[in-house]
Write a protein that binds this ligand. Structure first.
Ligand code: NAD
Ligand code: IPM
Ligand code: MN
Length: 370
């Protein structure tokens, strides 16, 4: 078996607490001889700033570029609120996405049967929910230039961010969304604001063209992004795959997270283009949530988004579909038994710590592995 390399970047806040549970799962898999992961660890975010004065060091960037996959915890926190903009914790994550070319961000939102009552919405609205947000991740207002604050002659300041997309950037993310839809419900909803944004007009035109010319078997609808946010709360099951730009994807995926019960439930995969020679994609896997400073250090964070992100790594980077399915099944089984971290718990549930949740999922996973 070829050795596969994983770079672990736990980051800040609850990042190290949830990553510890994934490390245990890797140890279990390697111990059983089912995988041969060689893991390395680095610093990102505030922890990298404290050690190196940068949100990620050049040495850790080089490791990320050569790893088969990167597992990322979370970055940020009030401790670093005052650091210069270019080295703020979030800059480490943005640099990883940009320099690894991770343009396709897959954010599935699945409502586990056992959690249908944990959402703030009614059971019938979320029960059986299985949608996928495909977020463009290396373009748009996150990276467009100019991006600056300038002081005007009259002493006023002017802040500029630039929303910018090219045809090819939209084409490639549209193809990812259509390809994924083909393997699911064969429906794509493309969200933009063509009514106020030129980039929305182009987005709409390009997605329409790709849909018509290459994916006539997939149903395509266009939805204004603000309406999409409302529809996600009103009747989310109308969607299968939603494709959208970087900023709308950020916001819509936080909305989708709450449909599943908690932000602590939502995993993600960020993928690059397949290498021309090997077909391999650069990839980073991370929970959708942040460093949760309000609960960091208490041992109560929900590790499921991080563990499910690792399940996505097994699937998308290593083709270990059976192991990935079993890990997802282990999560569902533990939830089915009523174990809950605080964010998904309610009166009468068995509240457990991060470690207890991780151990229960491992035990269930080990049983499924046989
Ligand atoms: P957040 O996602 O960190 O937290 C929002 C709320 O959700 C908090 O109440 C938190 O306790 C809860 N929550 C999040 N994850 C949870 C988990 N696994 N288990 C239980 N509860 C959980 O968002 P925020 O508070 O807006 O941001 C905090 C910091 O994180 C900021 O510095 C922000 O920039 C950063 N951030 C980082 C990432 C990332 O690293 N990918 C993503 C989002 C925000
Ligand atoms: C996310 C986060 C990031 C984003 C931040 C931390 C840069 O909110 O991954 O959803 O805005 O993309
Ligand atoms: Mn976000």
């Amino acid at each position: 078996m070829a050795t596969n390399t994983l770079l672990l970047l736990p980051g800040d806040g609850i990042g190290p607490e949830i990553m510890a549970e994934v490390k245990e799962i890797i140890a279990l898999l390697n111990g059983r001889g089912l995988t041969d992961f060689a893991t390395d660890e680095g610093l990102v975010g505030g922890s990298a700033y404290d050690a190196h004065g940068a949100a990620i060091s050049e040495a850790d960037m080089a490791k990320a570029l050569s790893a088969d996959a990167v597992l990322f915890g979370a970055v940020g926190g009030p401790k670093w609120d005052g650091v210069p903009y270019d080295v703020r914790p979030e800059a480490g994550l943005l640099r990883l996405r940009k320099d690894l070319g991770l343009f396709a961000n897959l954010r599935p939102a699945i409502c586990y049967p056992a959690l249908a009552d944990a959402s703030s919405l009614k059971r019938e609205v979320v029960e059986g929910l299985d949608i996928l947000i495909v977020r463009e991740l290396t373009g748009g207002v996150y990276f467009g230039e100019p991006k600056e604050i300038v002081t005007l002659e009259n002493g006023q300041k002017r802040a500029v961010d630039t929303q910018l997309y090219t045809t090819s950037e939209i084409e490639r993310i549209a193809r990812v969304a259509f390809d994924l839809a083909r393997a699911r419900g064969r429906k794509v909803a493309s969200a933009e604001k063509r009514n106020v944004m030129k980039s929305g007009v182009l987005w709409n035109q390009v997605v329409t063209k790709i849909g018509k010319e290459e994916y006539a078997d997939v149903a395509l609808e266009h939805v204004l992004a603000d309406n999409c946010a409302m529809q996600l709360v009103r009747w989310p099951k109308q969607y299968d795959v939603i494709v959208c730009d970087n900023l709308f994807g950020d916001i819509l995926s936080d909305v989708a997270a709450m449909l599943t019960g908690s932000l602590g439930m939502l995993p993600s995969a960020s993928l690059g283009a397949p290498d021309a020679a090997t077909g391999k994609r650069k990839a980073l896997y991370e929970p959708v949530h942040g460093s949760a400073p309000d609960i960091a250090g208490k041992g109560i964070a929900n590790p499921i988004a991080m563990i499910a992100s690792f399940a996505m790594a097994l699937r998308y980077s290593f083709g270990l579909i059976d192991l990935s399915d079993k890990l997802d099944a282990a999560i569902a089984a533990v939830l089915g038994k009523g174990l809950r971290t605080r964010d998904i718990g309610k009166d009468g549930d068995t509240l457990v710590s991060t470690k207890e949740m991780g151990a229960a999922i491992r035990e269930e996973f080990a049983a499924l592995l046989g």
